[in-house]
Design a protein around this ligand. Structure first.
Ligand SMILES: Nc1ncnc2c1ncn2[C@@H]1O[C@H](COP(=O)(O)OP(=O)(O)OP(=O)(O)O)[C@@H](O)[C@H]1O
Ligand SMILES: [Mg+2]
Length: 340
C-alpha cells in the first residue's frame, strides 16, 4: 500500500479511536498527505447540536496554522500549487437538517424551525436522528465525490467520535432502519447503511497510542465495527511512538558524567542524576510501547502506520509536515510501489 493507494481504497475514510489518542490530528495529517498528492481533501468534523465552538475544530485549524473557527461552510485550510487542497467543515445535526429541508423543498418549514428556536429539539428528538442527519450529509458529499461534481472533494476524512461513541454512532442508521417502516428517514438510513457497508465508498482508520488501554480498546472496537456496523477496516495508526534512543541499558550518573566530559560539557551531580533518571524512564516507555505495538500486531490483523511523538506542547504546521512525512513513509513501507 503506497500512500496513493491509501486514498484509492475508498472515498470516505472514517477516523476513530479512543478519546485523546489523536483522531483530529491524524485526520489533518491524512488530508494533508492527500493534498500533497494533488487530491482535494475535505475534513468533516461533527459538532454537537447548536454548538458554536468545538475544541476539535480549533485543534485541526491550528495544525494548518489557522485560527479560523470552522463551521458549516467549508474553510480552506491549505491550497497547494499542484492543485491539492485541504478543506474542513464542522457539521452539526441542526445545520444538516436545515440543509436537508432546503434541498427537499421545505424552506418555509426550516425557516419556522429556526425562528421558533425548535430546530435543536427537532434535530435531536428521535434517538439516532442527530447521527443520521450528520451521516446523511457525509453520504451526500460522498455521492458528489463519486459523481465528480465540480466542487466535490476527492477524499473525505471523517473525524469521527471517540470509539466509545463511534460504534453507536455508526450503528444508528441500522437501528433506524429497523424502527421505521417507510418515509424519508428510512430512505436516508438505507442509503447510509449502503455507504457504510461498501468498502469502495467507505473504510475505517483506527487510531491508537502504543499503550495498554488504548490498544485493548482498539482491538475490541475493530471487532465491533466489523460485526455490528459491517464497515471495512483499512489500517490502524499507531500515534505518538517515541523515537528509539540508543541509551545504555541502565543509564547511571557516573556513565553520563564520563560521556558529558568527552563532549566537553560539565554537569553537576544533581544534573547527572536527573538525566540518568530521565534516561531510565525513557527506556521504560520505549519498552512498554514496543510490547504494545507487538501485541496490537498479534491481536489485530491490520496494517500499522506509525507516527512519531512530537515534543511540542502544540501541534502546528512544522509538526504537521513531520507527521505527514511519517505517514507517507509508513504507507509506502507497507508494500513496494507497484505491488498489488
Ligand atoms: N504525534 C503526536 N505527538 C505529540 N502530541 C500529539 C500527537 N498527536 C496528538 N497529539 C496531541 O495530543 C492531544 C490530543 O490529540 P487530538 O486532539 O488529535 O486527539 P483526539 O483523539 O482527536 O481527541 P478527542 O477525543 O478529544 O477528540 C493534542 O493536544 C495533540 O496536540
Ligand atoms: Mg478530536
Amino acid at each position: 500500500m503506497t500512500s496513493t493507494t491509501l486514498f484509492s481504497q475508498a472515498r470516505v475514510l472514517i477516523v476513530t479511536g479512543k478519546g485523546g489518542t489523536g483522531k483530529t490530528t491524524v485526520s489533518g495529517v491524512m488530508a494533508n498527505l492527500a493534498a500533497d498528492e494533488g487530491l482535494r481533501a475535505m475534513v468533516f468534523q461533527i459538532g454537537a447540536p447548536g454548538a458554536r465552538y468545538e475544541p476539535g475544530t480549533a485543534q485541526l485549524a491550528r495544525l494548518f496554522g489557522s485560527d479560523e473557527v470552522l463551521g458549516y461552510e467549508a474553510s480552506v485550510l491549505k491550497s497547494n500549487p499542484n492543485g491539492g487542497t485541504v478543506n474542513a467543515r464542522a457539521v452539526t445535526p441542526d445545520t444538516a437538517l436545515v440543509e436537508y429541508l432546503h434541498l427537499h423543498g421545505m424552506r418555509r418549514l426550516s425557516r419556522r424551525l429556526v425562528s421558533s428556536g425548535a430546530l435543536d429539539v427537532v434535530a435531536t428528538a428521535v434517538p439516532g436522528m442527530p447521527d443520521i442527519l450528520v451521516l446523511g450529509k457525509l453520504k451526500q458529499m460522498e455521492r458528489a465525490a463519486a459523481a465528480g461534481l465540480p466542487n466535490a472533494p476527492d477524499v473525505v476524512v471523517l473525524d469521527a467520535p471517540a470509539t466509545g461513541h463511534a460504534v453507536r454512532f455508526l450503528q444508528s442508521p441500522r437501528g433506524l432502519l429497523d424502527a421505521t417502516a417507510g418515509g424519508p428517514v428510512r430512505a436516508q438510513a438505507q442509503e447510509v447503511v449502503e455507504m457504510l457497508s461498501d468498502p469502495q465508498r467507505c473504510q475505517v482508520v483506527l487510531v491508537t497510542t502504543p499503550e495498554e488501554t488504548p490498544v485493548s480498546e482498539t482491538v475490541e472496537t475493530a471487532h465491533l465495527l466489523e460485526e455490528r456496523v459491517g464497515v471495512r477496516l483499512l489500517a490502524v495508526v499507531v500515534n505518538g511512538r517515541l523515537p528509539v534512543l540508543a541509551l545504555p541499558p541502565e543509564p547511571d550518573a557516573g556513565q553520563l558524567g564520563l560521556m558529558a566530559r568527552e563532549l566537553g560539557v560539565d554537569l553537576t551531580p544533581v544534573e547527572l542524576e536527573a538525566m540518568a533518571a530521565a534516561g531510565r524512564l525513557r527506556l521504560e516507555r520505549q519498552e512498554v510501547q514496543a510490547v504494545q505495538v507487538a501485541r496490537l500486531g498479534r491481536e489485530l490483523a491490520l496494517p500499522q502506520l506509525e507516527l512519531p511523538f512530537c515534543f511540542n506542547a502544540d501541534l502546528r504546521p512544522p509538526q504537521l509536515a513531520t507527521l505527514t512525512d511519517a505517514m507517507s513513509a509508513a504507507a509506502g513501507r507497507l508494500a513496494p510501489a507497484g505491488a498489488p
